[in-house]
Design a protein around this ligand. Sequence first.
Ligand code: CTP
Length: 415
Amino acid sequence: MLDDAKSTAVLAGKHLVLGVTGSIAAYKAVGVLRALRDQGATVSVLMTEGATKFMTPLTFEVLSGRRVVTNLFDGHETMPHLTLAEDADAVLVAPATAHFLAKAALGLADDVLSTMLLNVQCPVIVAPAMDGEMWTHPTVIQHVEILRARGVVVLDPEVGPLASGRVAQGRLSAETTVLEAIHTAVFRQADWRGQRVLVSAGPTQEPLDPVRFLSNRSSGKMGYAIAEAVRARGGEVVLVTGPSALIPPSRVTTVHVNTASEMADALSQHFPSCTVLIMAAAVADFRPPMAASGKLKKQGRSEIEIALEATPDILAMLSARRTSQIVVGFAAETEQVLSHAKDKLVGKGLDLIVANDVTQAGGGFGSDDNAAVILSARGEQRVFGLMPKRRLADEILNAVRDLCLMVPRGESLVE
Ligand code: CTP
């Protein structure tokens, strides 16, 4: 695809802003700039003060054919943080330092690049480069999570030899990866525009007493990734989420619930106005019929019996009430994954089911990755090996689009 793109100057007419920050990998930004220019893009380069210690603005000026902005007050252009932000089709920050990630996550604006980022409406892609210890530092992890939740595409750095001499994850992503991310952002698929998608995520908590509850290991990552993917592809999202530590994606209507019964109420309320339901939540199957009003005391007992009643099967209930909605379920299995998933697909009257083996190493609850088999009511099957949940989210959306007769809708329903 890249070769084709190069030969057809696929980025002709596009204006990209390239932000360069103070990392030793700043020299690699030159290669990225050349590739973008080869593909026909107009590129405006912004450099932080740190970046100018590694590379001279003149290098980027010659290769971009445009004046490089290093300072909010350099006098060549009035308010470059506003004009560039307005014109840009995408902003790429490569390399991005840990310091830059922190500033962007917190909204600090003490130089031209960070100030511009507070003004942009276009897609932002960030390619970090730093030492491995820094990339895995909890503060950096948190900042990356915040940025991703806001829709910024943060490319994972690669593993390899670093400037420190160590081998670790911290190398700037390969040029092809960066260019691919730019293409995806600039030619953002809008194939879900006009769809109003109801997504459930996370676990439910069923109270036993005021301090204890029954729950499960779901983190919400899969459902949140689906919500983010739908937004990125132009759809609207109502996200009904059980308790989760994650930050909901931006521009998503989020409803927080605790119990299966609250989740059923919230989903029932939004279901009639939606075109697709994707039920990624791990709903508790059983609950105490009534939570004790006071804390259950030990009182010298060596064991305790707790009566449980079944919760409503929300998915089956909504599927039975559907008018024209597409209904997608998940099947979390530990054995006979496909046959159990098929039973659920048929039994709950679904269009599609995403089956995963939650015991698989590296996937399942809490993990960033997942492997899955997608089965459709018409017997089609798509198999996916372990991949990031955000990528699997896109594959699930592709499958819904291709296999469920999703009605294309030209424009958004409410925007
Ligand atoms: N589900 C639901 N309401 C429930 C239980 C499950 O809506 N009370 C949904 C889940 O969100 C998922 C699908 O049903 O999309 C299958 O859930 P799963 O936990 O895999 O299976 P169960 O139907 O609960 O059956 P079992 O626990 O026996 O595997």
